[in-house]
Design a protein around this ligand. Structure first.
Ligand SMILES: [Zn+2]
Length: 193
């Protein structure tokens, strides 16, 4: 634990309560208000100092849609910047200030509440989405690949991922057989949930 981390330095009972709130999926901003801690410090602590078993529980509760939420907030920030620049160019100073305020709030949400502090993290999340989509669609077209990937994940001790992926491949095989051709393609969420 880093000595400079203000969250690690809290009384153990408070730190545990803060971490439980996070693992339950409460927004960092709400945890920050309730325990009078800085959102930045909380985000840093949750990213770097959370015990591994809490981290995996937290990621189940929190991260499934993080990429898409972050993308939407980033789009709002981009729209606000475009509006701010247009208003500025047209000499509409008040509108430019208002758009700038919206832009700042969106950027603050990305960094403070979503724990994303740079564009690289956001693009990594998008990359994960792309990889999940590729795994889901490839496993659907080639269930044997899905089963091979599931076996590899199981070898790594990731039965939580291997199980749903194997089921996805099973459904793909069932759908490929003429008599059960009505089976529906499983949504991506089935393997990422
Ligand atoms: Zn810490």
């Amino acid at each position: 634990m880093a000595r400079s981390c203000t969250i690690c330095s809290l009384d153990t009972s408070v730190r545990v309560a803060v971490e439980h709130a996070y693992v339950e999926g409460q927004p960092i901003a709400r945890i920050a208000r309730r325990y009078a801690q800085s959102p930045d410090a909380l985000g840093r602590h949750f990213r770097r100092h959370l015990a591994p078993e809490m981290r995996s529980t937290a990621s189940e509760a929190r991260s499934v849609d993080l990429g898409s939420i972050a993308d939407r907030v980033a789009a709002i920030a981009d729209d606000a910047r475009t509006a701010r620049e247009a208003a500025h160019a047209a000499g509409r100073t008040l509108d430019a200030v208002r758009a700038g305020d919206a832009e700042l709030r969106a950027l603050a949400m990305i960094s403070d509440r979503l724990g994303i502090d740079d564009g690289e993290t956001l693009s990594t999340l998008r990359d994960f989405d792309a990889v999940f989509e590729a795994i889901a669609s490839t496993s659907w077209e080639h269930p044997e690949i899905g089963h091979a990937l599931a076996a590899s994940l199981a070898e790594q001790g990731r039965d939580d991922l291997a199980g749903p992926l194997a089921e996805h491949a099973d459904r793909a095989e069932a759908a490929a057989r003429p008599l059960t051709a009505t089976a529906e393609r499983a949504p991506l969420a089935a393997i990422t949930a």
